[in-house]
Structures are given as C-alpha cells and as structure tokens.
Design a protein around this ligand. Sequence first.
Ligand SMILES: [Zn+2]
Ligand SMILES: [Zn+2]
Length: 204
Amino acid sequence: MPTARTNAPRGGLVFDMRPLGRQAGSARTQALTVPAPDDLRLELAAVPAGADVRLDVRFEAVTEGVLVTGSATAPLTGECARCLAPVADTVAVGFRELYLYPAGSPRGHADAAEPGEVGEDERYLDGDLLDLEQALRDAVVLALPMSPLCRQDCPGLCVECGVPLAEAGPGHGHEAAPDPRWAALKQFDNQQGRPAGAIDLQEG
Ligand SMILES: [Zn+2]
Ligand SMILES: [Zn+2]
C-alpha cells in the first residue's frame, strides 16, 4: 500500500472553490476517494492512515460562504473491547459544515483568517480553497466506537484462564474449586486416618 504521507498532508482534502463561483445557490457535487489522514483514532478503533476514504460531497455557495454536505465511508480496524480480537468494520458518517468566506475579503484573496484557527466552531475558506480535513476528522472520530466488539454477543475472556470464550467453545470450563466443606472433611479424614493406620501397623 503506498504511503499517504506527503509534505502536503491535506492535499487530498483541499478543494478549489473557483469552479463553484460565488453565486449563491450554485452547487457542485463530487465523489472521490482520498487517503485517510493520520490519527483518525480512538483508544480501541481507528481508520488506518492512508486507507481509502470514500467521499461524496456537495458544495453549495451561500451568501456567507460555502455549505458542504457530504458523507464519508472508511474502513475501521480495532480491538474487541471484550476479548481483544482484531475488529474490522466500516465507519460511515454524514457531515454538514459551513465554511465562511474570510473576513474582509469579498473576493476571497485576503489572508485575514487562517483556516481552522479563527473562531470556536467556525470554519473558514482559505481564499478559494476549502480544507475539508478537520471537518472530516471531527465527524469520523465522533463516529468511531468507544468499545468495538468483534461481534455483538462476544462472550469475552474466561475469567479463570483468559482464553477467548468464543474460541474455547461453549464447553469451556474449569474444575469447580473444591467446596471448602469437602476440603475440611478430607483434612479431618486424614487426621483421623493416619493415627488409625499407625496403630494398625503397631498392632500388626
Ligand atoms: Zn470479542
Ligand atoms: Zn478458562
């Protein structure tokens, strides 16, 4: 698999808005596959960096910027939260984000606003460029499972020996620990028996 690391890591997720223009209402759709950015991960689940992310996006010019509506589908790998077996799945998300035209740049060529740095949840266009990476990242990470399961009814690990119960099968079990009352009786027998045997020996 070719590595997705380049000197321009956001390359695949930066879209040029010039073909869209600024006429409110004009819209373009695009379907494409991009390499997953790094660090789309939670503790137990991740979209592998460089994996194919299928994107369907619609850009619509609105008065204050560009409204992006889209969906992304990506492979997901992880570890079962119950039995630690590898999990392979797919994560699919939808998103809808407004990218504002940079402040004070009606033509969009000012550098007043750095994309991703200004405002709290506000996203900005960088001139004619729209960088979808952070929006995609936010949507995907939010959709990753906190506790992925290899299967919905994963029985987890044996508390006695730690083997995955799904592999060990339904018959897996351990000798029940001896009932402490039996253990006590046995000890009692031994204590009684030995002297008795000793006496027998002495008498015989
Ligand atoms: Zn499992
Ligand atoms: Zn066991």
